[in-house]
Design a protein. Structure first.
Length: 350
Protein backbone atom coordinates (compact mmCIF):
# COMPACT_ATOMS: atom_id res chain seq x y z
CA UNK A 1 0.00 0.00 0.00
CA UNK A 2 1.48 3.31 -1.13
CA UNK A 3 1.22 6.58 0.75
CA UNK A 4 -0.35 9.74 -0.61
CA UNK A 5 -0.83 13.17 0.94
CA UNK A 6 -4.11 15.03 0.56
CA UNK A 7 -3.64 18.77 0.97
CA UNK A 8 -7.36 19.52 0.77
CA UNK A 9 -8.25 23.10 -0.12
CA UNK A 10 -5.76 25.93 -0.45
CA UNK A 11 -7.10 28.19 2.28
CA UNK A 12 -6.18 31.73 3.13
CA UNK A 13 -2.64 31.99 4.44
CA UNK A 14 -1.91 28.25 4.16
CA UNK A 15 0.10 28.21 0.94
CA UNK A 16 3.52 27.95 2.57
CA UNK A 17 2.27 25.21 4.88
CA UNK A 18 0.97 23.15 1.97
CA UNK A 19 4.25 23.45 0.11
CA UNK A 20 6.18 22.44 3.23
CA UNK A 21 3.97 19.37 3.68
CA UNK A 22 4.33 18.36 0.03
CA UNK A 23 8.10 18.81 0.17
CA UNK A 24 8.36 16.65 3.28
CA UNK A 25 6.18 13.97 1.69
CA UNK A 26 8.39 14.12 -1.41
CA UNK A 27 11.53 13.70 0.73
CA UNK A 28 10.00 10.75 2.58
CA UNK A 29 9.07 8.88 -0.57
CA UNK A 30 5.31 9.42 -0.63
CA UNK A 31 3.84 8.29 -3.92
CA UNK A 32 1.50 11.22 -4.58
CA UNK A 33 0.14 14.54 -3.37
CA UNK A 34 -3.47 15.58 -4.05
CA UNK A 35 -5.21 18.97 -4.11
CA UNK A 36 -8.95 19.68 -3.91
CA UNK A 37 -11.31 22.33 -5.26
CA UNK A 38 -14.88 23.35 -4.55
CA UNK A 39 -15.72 27.05 -4.97
CA UNK A 40 -12.49 28.64 -3.75
CA UNK A 41 -9.00 27.62 -4.80
CA UNK A 42 -8.63 25.56 -7.97
CA UNK A 43 -6.61 22.36 -7.88
CA UNK A 44 -4.43 22.68 -11.02
CA UNK A 45 -2.98 26.03 -9.93
CA UNK A 46 -2.10 24.52 -6.56
CA UNK A 47 -0.52 21.47 -8.19
CA UNK A 48 1.56 23.59 -10.56
CA UNK A 49 2.82 25.60 -7.58
CA UNK A 50 3.58 22.48 -5.56
CA UNK A 51 5.07 20.70 -8.56
CA UNK A 52 7.60 23.49 -9.07
CA UNK A 53 8.84 22.95 -5.51
CA UNK A 54 9.00 19.14 -5.46
CA UNK A 55 11.01 16.63 -7.46
CA UNK A 56 9.51 13.14 -7.61
CA UNK A 57 6.07 12.99 -6.03
CA UNK A 58 3.09 12.54 -8.37
CA UNK A 59 0.65 15.46 -8.58
CA UNK A 60 -3.03 14.54 -8.41
CA UNK A 61 -6.19 16.59 -8.72
CA UNK A 62 -8.80 15.46 -6.21
CA UNK A 63 -10.61 16.74 -8.08
CA UNK A 64 -10.94 18.93 -11.14
CA UNK A 65 -14.69 19.59 -11.39
CA UNK A 66 -16.33 18.35 -14.57
CA UNK A 67 -18.92 21.19 -14.68
CA UNK A 68 -16.18 23.80 -14.28
CA UNK A 69 -14.29 23.14 -17.52
CA UNK A 70 -14.88 21.87 -21.02
CA UNK A 71 -13.28 18.48 -21.71
CA UNK A 72 -10.79 20.16 -24.04
CA UNK A 73 -9.74 22.65 -21.35
CA UNK A 74 -9.24 19.83 -18.89
CA UNK A 75 -7.08 17.95 -21.38
CA UNK A 76 -5.01 21.09 -22.04
CA UNK A 77 -4.50 21.63 -18.31
CA UNK A 78 -3.57 18.00 -17.72
CA UNK A 79 -1.09 17.98 -20.59
CA UNK A 80 0.46 21.26 -19.44
CA UNK A 81 1.03 20.16 -15.83
CA UNK A 82 2.27 16.76 -17.00
CA UNK A 83 4.79 18.47 -19.27
CA UNK A 84 5.92 21.04 -16.70
CA UNK A 85 6.37 18.35 -14.02
CA UNK A 86 8.19 15.83 -16.16
CA UNK A 87 5.31 13.35 -16.31
CA UNK A 88 3.98 13.46 -12.76
CA UNK A 89 0.34 14.43 -13.26
CA UNK A 90 -2.69 12.32 -12.31
CA UNK A 91 -6.08 13.59 -13.46
CA UNK A 92 -8.78 13.18 -10.83
CA UNK A 93 -12.26 14.21 -12.00
CA UNK A 94 -15.61 14.58 -10.28
CA UNK A 95 -19.07 15.89 -11.09
CA UNK A 96 -19.26 17.81 -7.77
CA UNK A 97 -22.84 18.12 -6.51
CA UNK A 98 -26.00 19.84 -7.71
CA UNK A 99 -25.54 22.88 -5.46
CA UNK A 100 -22.06 23.68 -6.79
CA UNK A 101 -22.69 22.54 -10.36
CA UNK A 102 -25.86 24.56 -10.80
CA UNK A 103 -25.29 27.34 -8.26
CA UNK A 104 -21.64 28.13 -8.98
CA UNK A 105 -20.94 26.87 -12.51
CA UNK A 106 -24.42 27.26 -13.98
CA UNK A 107 -24.33 23.70 -15.35
CA UNK A 108 -27.33 21.38 -14.93
CA UNK A 109 -26.55 18.36 -12.78
CA UNK A 110 -28.84 15.98 -14.68
CA UNK A 111 -27.41 12.68 -15.99
CA UNK A 112 -24.06 12.83 -14.15
CA UNK A 113 -23.03 9.31 -15.22
CA UNK A 114 -23.66 9.91 -18.90
CA UNK A 115 -21.91 13.28 -18.82
CA UNK A 116 -18.91 11.79 -17.03
CA UNK A 117 -18.59 8.99 -19.57
CA UNK A 118 -18.58 11.37 -22.52
CA UNK A 119 -16.29 13.82 -20.73
CA UNK A 120 -13.65 11.17 -20.07
CA UNK A 121 -13.93 9.94 -23.68
CA UNK A 122 -13.14 13.40 -25.02
CA UNK A 123 -10.36 14.09 -22.51
CA UNK A 124 -8.61 10.83 -23.36
CA UNK A 125 -9.02 11.48 -27.08
CA UNK A 126 -7.42 14.91 -26.74
CA UNK A 127 -4.58 13.63 -24.53
CA UNK A 128 -3.80 10.96 -27.15
CA UNK A 129 -3.46 13.89 -29.57
CA UNK A 130 -6.17 12.59 -31.83
CA UNK A 131 -8.16 14.98 -33.97
CA UNK A 132 -11.17 15.52 -31.74
CA UNK A 133 -14.50 14.69 -33.32
CA UNK A 134 -17.32 13.66 -31.03
CA UNK A 135 -21.02 13.16 -31.52
CA UNK A 136 -22.53 12.55 -28.09
CA UNK A 137 -25.61 13.36 -26.11
CA UNK A 138 -23.92 16.09 -24.08
CA UNK A 139 -21.02 17.19 -26.29
CA UNK A 140 -20.77 17.58 -30.04
CA UNK A 141 -17.37 18.57 -31.41
CA UNK A 142 -17.06 20.50 -33.62
CA UNK A 143 -20.42 22.19 -33.29
CA UNK A 144 -22.53 21.41 -36.36
CA UNK A 145 -23.43 23.95 -39.03
CA UNK A 146 -20.79 26.46 -37.94
CA UNK A 147 -17.20 27.52 -38.53
CA UNK A 148 -15.75 25.12 -35.94
CA UNK A 149 -12.92 22.83 -37.01
CA UNK A 150 -11.84 19.47 -35.57
CA UNK A 151 -8.51 20.12 -33.84
CA UNK A 152 -5.60 18.21 -32.37
CA UNK A 153 -3.72 19.28 -29.24
CA UNK A 154 -0.48 21.04 -30.12
CA UNK A 155 1.50 19.77 -27.10
CA UNK A 156 2.27 16.20 -26.09
CA UNK A 157 2.08 14.97 -22.48
CA UNK A 158 5.18 13.27 -21.14
CA UNK A 159 3.21 10.17 -20.11
CA UNK A 160 1.87 7.97 -22.88
CA UNK A 161 -1.36 7.71 -20.86
CA UNK A 162 -2.14 10.32 -18.20
CA UNK A 163 -3.88 8.30 -15.44
CA UNK A 164 -7.54 9.22 -14.96
CA UNK A 165 -9.24 8.89 -11.56
CA UNK A 166 -12.89 9.39 -10.71
CA UNK A 167 -14.19 10.65 -7.39
CA UNK A 168 -17.29 8.58 -6.67
CA UNK A 169 -19.52 7.91 -3.66
CA UNK A 170 -22.56 5.95 -4.81
CA UNK A 171 -22.35 2.37 -6.16
CA UNK A 172 -23.34 3.26 -9.73
CA UNK A 173 -20.73 6.01 -9.98
CA UNK A 174 -18.12 3.73 -8.40
CA UNK A 175 -18.97 1.09 -11.00
CA UNK A 176 -18.41 3.68 -13.71
CA UNK A 177 -15.00 4.48 -12.22
CA UNK A 178 -14.05 0.83 -12.54
CA UNK A 179 -15.21 0.79 -16.14
CA UNK A 180 -13.60 3.94 -17.55
CA UNK A 181 -10.92 5.14 -15.12
CA UNK A 182 -7.54 4.02 -13.81
CA UNK A 183 -8.32 4.78 -10.17
CA UNK A 184 -11.04 5.62 -7.66
CA UNK A 185 -10.87 8.61 -5.29
CA UNK A 186 -12.91 7.70 -2.21
CA UNK A 187 -14.05 9.73 0.78
CA UNK A 188 -15.37 8.45 4.13
CA UNK A 189 -14.00 5.04 3.15
CA UNK A 190 -14.67 2.42 5.81
CA UNK A 191 -12.69 -0.82 5.38
CA UNK A 192 -15.49 -2.61 7.24
CA UNK A 193 -18.14 -1.41 4.76
CA UNK A 194 -16.12 -1.42 1.53
CA UNK A 195 -17.26 -4.73 0.07
CA UNK A 196 -20.21 -3.41 -1.92
CA UNK A 197 -18.20 -0.57 -3.43
CA UNK A 198 -15.19 -2.71 -4.32
CA UNK A 199 -17.56 -5.20 -5.93
CA UNK A 200 -19.01 -2.33 -7.97
CA UNK A 201 -15.49 -1.40 -9.11
CA UNK A 202 -14.83 -4.99 -10.15
CA UNK A 203 -18.13 -5.13 -12.05
CA UNK A 204 -17.18 -2.02 -14.00
CA UNK A 205 -13.72 -3.39 -14.78
CA UNK A 206 -15.14 -6.71 -15.95
CA UNK A 207 -17.69 -4.97 -18.16
CA UNK A 208 -14.87 -3.09 -19.88
CA UNK A 209 -12.73 -6.22 -20.22
CA UNK A 210 -10.06 -4.78 -17.93
CA UNK A 211 -8.11 -6.90 -15.48
CA UNK A 212 -7.56 -10.64 -15.44
CA UNK A 213 -10.41 -13.09 -14.68
CA UNK A 214 -10.82 -13.29 -10.92
CA UNK A 215 -8.48 -10.34 -10.41
CA UNK A 216 -10.42 -7.47 -11.93
CA UNK A 217 -8.88 -4.83 -9.67
CA UNK A 218 -5.25 -5.71 -10.48
CA UNK A 219 -3.56 -2.53 -11.70
CA UNK A 220 -6.43 -0.33 -10.50
CA UNK A 221 -5.62 2.35 -7.89
CA UNK A 222 -8.02 2.57 -4.92
CA UNK A 223 -7.27 5.89 -3.21
CA UNK A 224 -9.30 6.89 -0.14
CA UNK A 225 -8.67 10.24 1.52
CA UNK A 226 -8.21 9.40 5.21
CA UNK A 227 -8.01 12.05 7.97
CA UNK A 228 -5.30 11.35 10.53
CA UNK A 229 -5.19 12.80 14.06
CA UNK A 230 -2.37 11.62 16.32
CA UNK A 231 -3.21 12.22 19.99
CA UNK A 232 -3.10 10.30 23.25
CA UNK A 233 -6.83 10.78 23.84
CA UNK A 234 -8.86 8.94 21.19
CA UNK A 235 -12.08 10.86 21.85
CA UNK A 236 -10.27 14.19 21.72
CA UNK A 237 -8.64 13.15 18.45
CA UNK A 238 -12.04 12.30 16.99
CA UNK A 239 -13.42 15.65 18.13
CA UNK A 240 -11.04 17.42 15.75
CA UNK A 241 -12.91 15.83 12.84
CA UNK A 242 -16.48 16.46 13.95
CA UNK A 243 -16.95 19.79 12.14
CA UNK A 244 -15.49 18.31 8.94
CA UNK A 245 -17.85 15.31 9.09
CA UNK A 246 -20.87 17.47 9.91
CA UNK A 247 -20.14 19.76 6.96
CA UNK A 248 -20.26 16.85 4.53
CA UNK A 249 -23.09 14.87 6.11
CA UNK A 250 -25.20 17.95 6.67
CA UNK A 251 -24.12 20.73 4.37
CA UNK A 252 -22.66 19.26 1.18
CA UNK A 253 -25.99 18.91 -0.54
CA UNK A 254 -29.67 19.51 0.04
CA UNK A 255 -32.06 17.68 2.32
CA UNK A 256 -33.21 15.67 -0.69
CA UNK A 257 -29.80 14.98 -2.25
CA UNK A 258 -26.63 14.55 -0.22
CA UNK A 259 -24.34 11.77 -1.45
CA UNK A 260 -22.24 11.74 1.72
CA UNK A 261 -25.28 11.46 3.94
CA UNK A 262 -26.52 8.60 1.77
CA UNK A 263 -23.16 6.88 2.25
CA UNK A 264 -23.46 7.17 6.03
CA UNK A 265 -26.94 5.68 5.81
CA UNK A 266 -25.61 2.70 3.83
CA UNK A 267 -22.95 2.25 6.52
CA UNK A 268 -25.66 1.85 9.14
CA UNK A 269 -25.77 5.37 10.59
CA UNK A 270 -29.17 6.38 9.22
CA UNK A 271 -30.59 7.88 12.40
CA UNK A 272 -27.45 9.83 13.27
CA UNK A 273 -26.95 11.01 9.68
CA UNK A 274 -30.49 12.34 9.62
CA UNK A 275 -29.98 14.16 12.91
CA UNK A 276 -26.68 15.72 11.76
CA UNK A 277 -28.31 16.95 8.55
CA UNK A 278 -31.33 18.34 10.37
CA UNK A 279 -29.15 20.32 12.78
CA UNK A 280 -26.74 21.55 10.13
CA UNK A 281 -29.45 22.77 7.77
CA UNK A 282 -31.06 24.58 10.72
CA UNK A 283 -27.82 26.51 11.22
CA UNK A 284 -26.97 24.68 14.45
CA UNK A 285 -23.50 23.69 13.27
CA UNK A 286 -21.91 23.01 16.64
CA UNK A 287 -24.76 20.74 17.64
CA UNK A 288 -24.49 18.99 14.27
CA UNK A 289 -20.80 18.36 14.88
CA UNK A 290 -21.53 16.99 18.35
CA UNK A 291 -24.13 14.63 16.86
CA UNK A 292 -21.63 12.89 14.55
CA UNK A 293 -21.15 9.41 16.06
CA UNK A 294 -17.67 8.55 17.30
CA UNK A 295 -18.05 5.19 15.55
CA UNK A 296 -18.52 6.87 12.16
CA UNK A 297 -15.36 8.92 12.65
CA UNK A 298 -13.38 5.93 13.90
CA UNK A 299 -14.39 3.80 10.91
CA UNK A 300 -13.46 6.44 8.33
CA UNK A 301 -10.37 8.05 9.89
CA UNK A 302 -7.23 7.16 11.84
CA UNK A 303 -7.39 8.70 15.30
CA UNK A 304 -5.62 8.23 18.62
CA UNK A 305 -2.13 7.32 19.83
CA UNK A 306 0.49 6.26 17.29
CA UNK A 307 0.31 2.62 18.42
CA UNK A 308 -3.46 2.52 17.89
CA UNK A 309 -3.16 4.04 14.43
CA UNK A 310 -0.42 1.56 13.53
CA UNK A 311 -2.69 -1.26 14.63
CA UNK A 312 -5.63 0.01 12.56
CA UNK A 313 -3.93 1.18 9.39
CA UNK A 314 -3.57 -2.36 8.07
CA UNK A 315 -7.37 -2.52 7.70
CA UNK A 316 -7.06 -0.41 4.58
CA UNK A 317 -4.56 -2.65 2.81
CA UNK A 318 -6.59 -5.72 3.78
CA UNK A 319 -9.70 -4.13 2.26
CA UNK A 320 -7.97 -3.54 -1.08
CA UNK A 321 -6.68 0.03 -0.77
CA UNK A 322 -3.60 0.58 -2.94
CA UNK A 323 -2.82 4.21 -2.06
CA UNK A 324 -3.68 5.66 1.37
CA UNK A 325 -4.03 9.43 0.91
CA UNK A 326 -3.64 10.82 4.43
CA UNK A 327 -4.93 14.23 5.46
CA UNK A 328 -3.12 15.45 8.59
CA UNK A 329 -5.27 17.23 11.15
CA UNK A 330 -3.05 18.97 13.68
CA UNK A 331 -2.96 22.23 15.60
CA UNK A 332 -0.08 23.66 13.57
CA UNK A 333 2.38 23.01 10.77
CA UNK A 334 4.83 21.26 13.08
CA UNK A 335 2.14 18.81 14.12
CA UNK A 336 1.08 18.17 10.52
CA UNK A 337 4.68 17.55 9.47
CA UNK A 338 5.09 15.08 12.32
CA UNK A 339 1.91 13.29 11.18
CA UNK A 340 3.38 12.99 7.68
CA UNK A 341 6.56 11.51 9.18
CA UNK A 342 4.63 9.18 11.48
CA UNK A 343 2.67 7.67 8.60
CA UNK A 344 5.87 7.21 6.60
CA UNK A 345 7.44 5.30 9.49
CA UNK A 346 4.38 3.08 9.83
CA UNK A 347 4.29 2.14 6.16
CA UNK A 348 8.00 1.63 5.70
CA UNK A 349 9.14 5.05 4.50
CA UNK A 350 12.10 7.08 5.75
Amino acid sequence: MRLGLNLGYWGNGTGAEHVALAQEADRLGYDSVWAAEAYGSDSPSVLAWVGARTERIALGSAVMQIPGRTPAMTAMTAATIDTLSGGRFRLGLGVSGPQVSEGWHGVRFASPLGRTREYVDIVRMALRRETVRYDGTFWTLPLPDGPGKALKMTIRPVQDEVPVYLAAVGPRNVELAGEIADGWLAIFFSPEHSGELLSALATGRERAGRGAPGAALDGFDVVPSVPVVVADDVEAAADRLRAYCALYLGGMGSRERNFYNDLAVRMGFAEAAGRVQELFLAGRHREAAAAVPFEFIDETALVGPEARIAERVGRYAAAGVTTLAVTPYAADLAGSLETVRTMARMLGGS
